[in-house]
Design a protein around this ligand. Structure first.
Ligand SMILES: [Fe+2]
Ligand SMILES: [Fe+2]
Length: 158
Protein backbone atom coordinates (compact mmCIF):
# COMPACT_ATOMS: atom_id res chain seq x y z
CA UNK A 1 0.00 0.00 0.00
CA UNK A 2 1.34 3.39 -1.05
CA UNK A 3 1.13 6.21 1.50
CA UNK A 4 1.08 8.87 -1.20
CA UNK A 5 -2.30 7.69 -2.50
CA UNK A 6 -4.16 7.73 0.83
CA UNK A 7 -6.95 10.36 0.88
CA UNK A 8 -6.87 13.09 3.54
CA UNK A 9 -9.70 11.56 5.58
CA UNK A 10 -7.59 8.45 6.33
CA UNK A 11 -4.07 9.79 5.88
CA UNK A 12 -2.87 10.40 9.44
CA UNK A 13 -4.32 7.16 10.75
CA UNK A 14 -3.23 4.80 7.99
CA UNK A 15 0.19 6.43 7.50
CA UNK A 16 1.00 5.90 11.17
CA UNK A 17 0.00 2.25 10.96
CA UNK A 18 1.90 1.70 7.69
CA UNK A 19 5.04 3.19 9.23
CA UNK A 20 4.71 0.80 12.17
CA UNK A 21 4.28 -2.15 9.80
CA UNK A 22 7.43 -1.18 7.86
CA UNK A 23 9.40 -0.79 11.05
CA UNK A 24 8.65 -4.25 12.46
CA UNK A 25 9.11 -5.91 9.07
CA UNK A 26 12.58 -4.39 8.93
CA UNK A 27 13.34 -5.83 12.38
CA UNK A 28 12.07 -9.26 11.28
CA UNK A 29 14.39 -9.21 8.27
CA UNK A 30 17.36 -8.14 10.36
CA UNK A 31 16.71 -10.96 12.84
CA UNK A 32 17.09 -13.53 10.06
CA UNK A 33 20.74 -12.67 9.50
CA UNK A 34 21.93 -11.59 12.95
CA UNK A 35 24.16 -13.98 14.92
CA UNK A 36 25.04 -11.90 17.96
CA UNK A 37 22.83 -12.61 21.01
CA UNK A 38 22.90 -9.05 22.33
CA UNK A 39 21.66 -7.66 19.02
CA UNK A 40 19.14 -10.50 18.73
CA UNK A 41 17.68 -9.66 22.11
CA UNK A 42 17.55 -5.95 21.26
CA UNK A 43 15.65 -6.71 18.04
CA UNK A 44 13.17 -8.96 19.85
CA UNK A 45 12.58 -6.40 22.61
CA UNK A 46 12.09 -3.54 20.18
CA UNK A 47 9.74 -5.54 17.92
CA UNK A 48 7.69 -6.75 20.90
CA UNK A 49 7.35 -3.22 22.27
CA UNK A 50 6.39 -1.78 18.87
CA UNK A 51 3.84 -4.54 18.31
CA UNK A 52 2.34 -4.18 21.78
CA UNK A 53 1.74 -0.46 21.27
CA UNK A 54 0.59 -0.93 17.67
CA UNK A 55 -1.98 -3.63 18.45
CA UNK A 56 -3.21 -1.62 21.42
CA UNK A 57 -3.91 1.54 19.43
CA UNK A 58 -5.60 -0.45 16.69
CA UNK A 59 -7.79 -2.22 19.23
CA UNK A 60 -8.56 0.88 21.29
CA UNK A 61 -9.14 3.33 18.47
CA UNK A 62 -9.22 2.02 14.91
CA UNK A 63 -11.14 -1.22 15.17
CA UNK A 64 -14.02 0.13 17.30
CA UNK A 65 -14.31 3.17 15.01
CA UNK A 66 -14.68 0.90 11.98
CA UNK A 67 -17.25 -1.33 13.63
CA UNK A 68 -19.19 1.70 14.71
CA UNK A 69 -19.04 3.36 11.29
CA UNK A 70 -20.12 0.29 9.33
CA UNK A 71 -20.66 -2.95 11.22
CA UNK A 72 -21.78 -4.85 8.15
CA UNK A 73 -18.59 -4.08 6.25
CA UNK A 74 -16.09 -4.38 9.08
CA UNK A 75 -17.58 -6.57 11.82
CA UNK A 76 -16.11 -9.94 10.78
CA UNK A 77 -12.83 -8.50 9.53
CA UNK A 78 -12.21 -6.73 12.80
CA UNK A 79 -13.15 -9.80 14.85
CA UNK A 80 -10.57 -11.84 12.93
CA UNK A 81 -7.96 -9.14 13.37
CA UNK A 82 -8.49 -9.19 17.14
CA UNK A 83 -8.04 -12.98 17.20
CA UNK A 84 -4.83 -12.64 15.16
CA UNK A 85 -3.58 -10.00 17.59
CA UNK A 86 -4.29 -12.35 20.50
CA UNK A 87 -2.14 -15.06 18.91
CA UNK A 88 0.70 -12.59 18.49
CA UNK A 89 0.32 -11.30 22.06
CA UNK A 90 0.73 -14.81 23.48
CA UNK A 91 4.04 -15.21 21.68
CA UNK A 92 5.13 -11.72 22.75
CA UNK A 93 4.39 -12.54 26.40
CA UNK A 94 6.45 -15.73 26.15
CA UNK A 95 9.35 -14.00 24.40
CA UNK A 96 9.43 -11.24 27.00
CA UNK A 97 10.25 -13.77 29.69
CA UNK A 98 12.97 -15.47 27.61
CA UNK A 99 16.50 -14.76 26.47
CA UNK A 100 18.52 -15.72 23.39
CA UNK A 101 19.79 -19.27 23.64
CA UNK A 102 16.66 -20.50 25.43
CA UNK A 103 14.88 -23.42 23.79
CA UNK A 104 12.52 -22.22 21.05
CA UNK A 105 13.55 -18.55 21.39
CA UNK A 106 14.39 -18.17 17.70
CA UNK A 107 11.43 -20.33 16.68
CA UNK A 108 8.97 -18.24 18.68
CA UNK A 109 10.22 -15.00 17.20
CA UNK A 110 10.21 -16.46 13.69
CA UNK A 111 6.62 -17.66 14.09
CA UNK A 112 5.63 -14.27 15.55
CA UNK A 113 7.13 -12.66 12.44
CA UNK A 114 5.12 -15.02 10.20
CA UNK A 115 1.87 -14.26 12.07
CA UNK A 116 2.46 -10.55 11.79
CA UNK A 117 3.48 -10.68 8.12
CA UNK A 118 0.21 -12.47 7.38
CA UNK A 119 -1.84 -10.05 9.48
CA UNK A 120 -0.17 -6.97 7.99
CA UNK A 121 -0.82 -8.30 4.49
CA UNK A 122 -4.53 -8.61 5.28
CA UNK A 123 -4.66 -5.12 6.75
CA UNK A 124 -2.84 -3.53 3.85
CA UNK A 125 -4.49 -5.52 1.06
CA UNK A 126 -8.05 -5.90 2.39
CA UNK A 127 -8.89 -3.82 5.45
CA UNK A 128 -7.22 -0.48 4.71
CA UNK A 129 -8.32 -0.36 1.03
CA UNK A 130 -11.87 -1.08 2.20
CA UNK A 131 -11.64 1.76 4.74
CA UNK A 132 -10.70 4.08 1.86
CA UNK A 133 -13.38 2.66 -0.49
CA UNK A 134 -16.06 3.11 2.14
CA UNK A 135 -14.80 6.65 2.79
CA UNK A 136 -14.61 6.17 6.56
CA UNK A 137 -13.61 9.48 8.11
CA UNK A 138 -10.66 8.73 10.40
CA UNK A 139 -9.32 12.24 10.91
CA UNK A 140 -10.26 12.37 14.59
CA UNK A 141 -9.19 8.77 15.15
CA UNK A 142 -5.86 9.53 13.45
CA UNK A 143 -5.17 12.49 15.72
CA UNK A 144 -6.07 10.43 18.80
CA UNK A 145 -3.80 7.63 17.62
CA UNK A 146 -0.79 9.93 17.26
CA UNK A 147 -1.27 11.13 20.83
CA UNK A 148 -1.99 7.71 22.28
CA UNK A 149 1.00 6.19 20.55
CA UNK A 150 3.32 8.85 21.95
CA UNK A 151 2.02 8.29 25.47
CA UNK A 152 2.28 4.49 25.25
CA UNK A 153 5.79 4.60 23.76
CA UNK A 154 7.10 6.86 26.50
CA UNK A 155 5.47 4.59 29.11
CA UNK A 156 7.06 1.54 27.48
CA UNK A 157 10.49 3.13 27.40
CA UNK A 158 10.34 4.54 30.94
FE1 LIG B 1 -1.55 -3.11 11.91
FE1 LIG C 1 -3.62 -5.24 13.38
Amino acid sequence: MNKATIPAAQKTCLSLLLDDHRKVKKLFREFESVKDDTRKEAIVREACMELTVHTQIEEELLYPALQEANHEAFGDMVDEAVVEHAGAKNLIAELESMKPGDDLYDAKFTVLAEYIEHHVKEEEEDLFPKVIRKKIDLQEVGAMMVERKEALMSEAMA
